[in-house]
Design a protein around this ligand. Structure first.
Ligand SMILES: [Zn+2]
Length: 455
């Protein structure tokens, strides 16, 4: 029997009905009222929404009416984010400045009040009880020094349920990270999927971690492919849960129950739609589309129909855990990749290699030929590396779309081993970096390139 997601009792309490009586209709009715208040708050107090919206909360008859509102785009958070602000700057407790990509080259900025952060802590406190009980010790491979950072909010949430959280920060050195697991216990590890797998594999391959040393794992920050989930579960011999969240969702967004089949959403704070990425038309539940989110209680900077760029689908059938709350399965970003190759496909091809702890790919060019350069990390003896490179090369060449590009000589494949098996590149969105067009000054691993070059 799979225990019901703790988010069921959480939303039942907020809606004001008993957990056994709670239905999705209760939740939707509560969300409609919250949406009406948010819309009025946004239109009244934000110049951005006030100028573009001619609709008020009372005009919304049902949640489907939300489709009458225009989308909010990531670019709106870059161009002039202060225009989306709905409270005085003195009421803002935390400002998050994000990546500087996008057409304006400016960073996205998001503003949160004390209450906005409090709602995130409350969600973390309830959501984490899926995997952690009172007295549990959690090790977080994300930053937590700054008040209002993800680690700080998670630690505060865990304290409320009698658990503790040690913030290690992003993984830079795998030996140190594995030692942190031993030192800070680990009823639960939380981190970016590829970093957690690197720690798990590195720990197992060096003999520093054994199955059972970690109670469970929560992955966040990047989409999780089936091969990656399976690889972590095998290396650590534990349950693996997925969390979906963005800074825009208020860091926390949704978390899987023990059925591990899609994330139950933070229904008190988010209303999620999926839309056709091209036409923007809302899609029926069950169909994959772009994830669009609307915040329901955010005061500082509410987001109305914000386009995330993530592709996912909502599942409405009752969850095996026994709740009628829907789930969201996110597949990843809607980018086209290079030569038809997406980072996730490369991950699926390479993660089954058990001697591999990490890999990174980039696209470059030389004399008019594109080169896919893949660096592999492995703490195994150098004598094993040639076999690992051969296996990786053979698997990459079978990746859909890539075989054709390699065969018609429009793409050359180069593989090398990272010279330092313990040192990971700085974390970032998992993707194949394209260095062909622009000067990209980010980290390039030192690798031995001479070993395996395909023609
Ligand atoms: Zn469930």
């Amino acid at each position: 029997m799979i225990p019901r997601t703790p988010l069921h009792a959480w939303i039942a309490q907020l809606v004001g009905v008993g957990p056994e009586a709670l239905s999705l209709e209760h939740v939707r009715a509560w969300q409609l009222e919250a949406l009406r208040r948010t819309l009025d708050h946004a239109v009244t107090n934000s110049p951005f929404y006030g100028e573009r919206l001619r609709i008020r909360g009372d005009d919304l008859c049902c949640l489907d009416d939300l489709a009458r509102l225009p989308f909010t785009a990531p670019e709106d958070l870059r161009r002039d984010p202060l225009r989306l602000l709905c409270v005085s700057q003195g009421e803002i407790e935390r400002v998050v400045t994000m990546d500087t990509s996008g057409t304006t080259g400016r960073p996205k900025r998001l503003f949160f009040t004390h209450d906005d952060l409090e709602h995130t802590i409350d969600f973390f406190a309830h959501g984490m009880t899926t995997m952690i009980g009172s007295g549990g010790r959690v090790l977080l491979f994300m930053p937590g020094q700054r008040p209002g950072s993800v680690g700080d909010l998670l630690a505060r949430g865990l304290r409320r349920v009698g658990a503790t959280c040690h913030c290690h920060g992003f993984v830079q050195n795998l030996d140190e990270a594995v030692r942190a697991v031993a030192a800070h216990g680990s009823d639960g590890l939380v981190g970016i999927p590829s970093q957690v797998l690197a720690v798990a594999r590195h720990g197992r391959l060096t003999g520093m971690l054994r199955p059972g040393d970690v109670g469970s794992v929560l992955l966040s920050g990047d989409p999780v492919t089936p091969a990656l989930r399976e690889a972590i579960a095998q290396a650590l011999g534990c349950e693996v849960f997925v969390h979906y969240g963005l800074t825009e969702t208020g860091l926390g967004g949704g978390v899987e129950c023990r059925a591990q089949a899609g994330a139950h959403l933070r229904e008190a704070d988010l209303y999620v739609e999926t839309v056709d990425p091209v036409s923007g038309q809302p899609l029926p539940v069950g169909q994959e589309g772009e994830v669009v989110l609307t915040t329901l209680r955010r005061r500082g900077m509410p987001l109305l129909r914000y386009r995330t760029g993530d592709l996912g689908r909502l599942l409405s059938e009752p969850c095996p855990c026994g709740t009628s709350l829907p789930r969201l399965m996110v597949r990843g970003r809607g980018d086209t990749g290079v030569h038809g190759l997406q980072s996730a496909a490369l991950d699926e091809a390479l993660w089954p290699l058990e001697d591999l702890s990490f890999h990174e790919a980039l696209l470059t060019d030389q004399d008019g030929t594109d080169i896919l350069r893949v660096t592999l990390w492995s703490p195994t003896q150098p004598a094993h590396h040639q076999r690992l490179l051969d296996e990786a090369r053979s698997r990459i060449k079978q990746t859909p779309g890539l075989r054709e590009a390699i065969e018609d000589n429009s793409l050359r494949l180069e593989l090398g081993m990272s010279e330092d098996a313990s040192c990971l590149p700085p974390p970032g969105k998992r993707r194949i970096r394209d260095l062909r067009q622009r000067e990209e000054t980010s980290y390039l691993p030192n690798a031995v390139w001479s070993i395996a070059i395909d023609r």
